[in-house]
Design a protein around this ligand. Sequence first.
Ligand SMILES: [Zn+2]
Length: 249
Amino acid sequence: MAGRRTFRTRAVVLDRTKLGETDLILTLLAEDGRELRAVAKGARKPGGRLAARVELFSETDFLLAAGRSLDVVSEASLRDAHDRLRGDYERVAAASAVAEVARLTCFEDAPDAFLYPICSRALAACEEAADQPHLDLVAAAYAWKVLAHGGWRPELSACCACGDRAVSWLSAAAGGALCSSCAREVAGAQEVSASQLAWVRALLGCTFDELLAQPVDAETAVFLLGTAHAWAATHLDARLRAMEFCLSA
Ligand SMILES: [Zn+2]
């Protein structure tokens, strides 16, 4: 490793892939919003010191040695393990949906100061959520907020095809809300109530603290996770398996 440039960054562990007998390749969201991929040597050795510092969803301060394609972890010190996720099946499922969207919306050469704090906050909100509907709400809100920030903000106040303000349908492919006559022309458009549309606006506009404190029923929460899934899968053009799992549970 001598001679390699090293750098420090805080990062959240979004994904882990096995490498060889005892190593891991980590996919990280760095504090500056870039995606990093780094080899953690010996991270799968039983009882190894590194193992606990590179768990999924952990926020860790890394010293990384820059490599040609992959960086190498030189030091790691844990900042926030998000301990209350561990061993809780539903919380892990929601946090996995957050990490999946995070992975698909950060890029190696594109720093973005918005991405790390909101991912960190969403993972903490997965620890704080009082019940399953609020976990669904957190995963849905995270996806809507990050996609909107990335340039896929839905038009919700007027029909995105004709501008009519009487909207009662939603379509990811069309880019937001639709009036009933335009909705007839759009395959897959979903009829929505005024309160459901208000909820989508709330996911975009409210903080996680506000959403966690807001009463929500299970049916609304599942509807919102479904719309977030449709929006993210359409605009990221990706299969979102962790979110699909939350929807099927
Ligand atoms: Zn219209």
